[in-house]
Write a protein that binds this ligand. Structure first.
Ligand code: BDR
Ligand code: CA
Length: 316
């Protein structure tokens, strides 16, 4: 029998409803081997997102170590997003208590250990501010060659969502993003160009709810909560930002991806945290990332439902 060749991955994020759903998809794909979960402050404080991460790991039966990152961004003050994710950072359904202790290593130490010990190159899926990733790249340049790809959710080539020009993950820690985009490592950017099109409508997540397994029920209830604020803002469905950074690796055929040079705005009275694309090649610089810019939305939703149907167990 042919053995599936697994890709080692590190999940770095700030769960967060869409981070959590991204991790559901990573756990559902037998080709991904989750080696570590690391948390970054963003959607909520470090303590809250770390507790959430440990509870998600328990729900998904992920036994990889969970390590916490730095409490604050590199330079900026921490901004959190309770209007989208609630006071806990993951309001909505009840979750199991953590099944394992927190890893005694810091997020960056754990990432470095995984990279050092892995025979295969590792993919880092980074769905929060890029604080941990940037710290890793600065502290361990010798490990860059062990990184197959950093697949990030962040930025937008055309617009922002937190300010007119900046997306939340980049705006929380622009200096970290700057370090990452200048590190010379393979980078995939899932920005708002694609993630605002990665929408699921309420009638579609009813199909998830009726799948009849506990993960499906939880995902549907996460979407119920996540949609409350989005609906107030005028969205007709829930925008699944972070799941794109997983599916862009596992199912690239449903996306449109371009090579482009992207600069991170660190100054700017109105534009700090903007991701500026060199559309017309005026900079003369080689592309520093692959930017995911479009999606087959219907296939995306079909895939989501099918992947969530893979989880076992009876609905309570
Ligand atoms: C990003 O911000 C966070 O609130 C989400 O989890 C996502 O990573 C979207 O701008
Ligand atoms: Ca996130």
């Amino acid at each position: 029998m042919n053995e599936i060749k697994k890709i080692p991955v590190i999940l770095d994020g700030d769960p967060g409803h869409d981070d959590a759903i991204a991790w559901v998809l990573a756990a559902a794909d037998p080709r991904l081997d989750i080696k570590a979960i690391t948390t970054v402050a963003g959607n909520q404080t470090m303590a809250k997102v770390t507790y959430n991460a440990r509870r998600i790991a328990a729900l998904l039966k992920i036994d990889a170590p969970v390590a916490k990152g730095r409490d604050i961004p590199l330079i900026s003050e921490l901004m959190v997003a309770p209007q989208y994710h609630g006071e806990s950072g993951l309001d909505g359904p009840g979750l199991p208590e953590p099944a394992q202790d927190l890893c005694p290593l810091s997020a960056v130490e754990l990432m470095a250990k995984v990279l050092r010990e892995s025979e295969e190159k590792v993919i880092i899926i980074a769905t929060g501010p890029q604080t941990n990733v940037a710290t890793l790249l600065l502290a361990h340049p010798e490990l860059k060659e062990k990184i197959a790809l950093i697949s990030t959710m962040g930025g937008g080539l055309r617009n922002g969502n937190w300010t007119s020009s900046a997306e939340f993950n980049i705006l929380v820690d622009p200096e970290a993003a700057y370090i990452e985009y200048h590190a010379g490592v393979p980078l995939m950017m899932c920005g708002l160009d694609v993630t605002e099109k990665a929408m699921i409508f309420p009638e579609e997540w009813e199909k998830i709810r009726v799948l009849g397994n506990p993960v499906a029920k939880t995902v549907a209830e996460w979407l119920d909560f996540f949609f409350i604020h989005l609906k107030q803002l005028g969205w007709e469905g829930a925008t699944l930002h972070d799941p794109c950074s997983v599916l862009a690796i596992t199912h690239p055929e449903i996306f449109k991806i371009i090579d482009v040079y992207v600069e991170i705005e660190l100054g700017g009275e109105y534009t700090r945290g903007a991701t500026i694309a060199d559309w017309n090649h005026r900079s003369g610089k080689e592309p520093n990332c692959r930017a995911v810019v479009d999606i087959d939305r219907e296939k995306f939703v079909e895939l989501l439902i099918e992947m969530i149907s893979r989880f076992g167990g009876e609905q309570a």
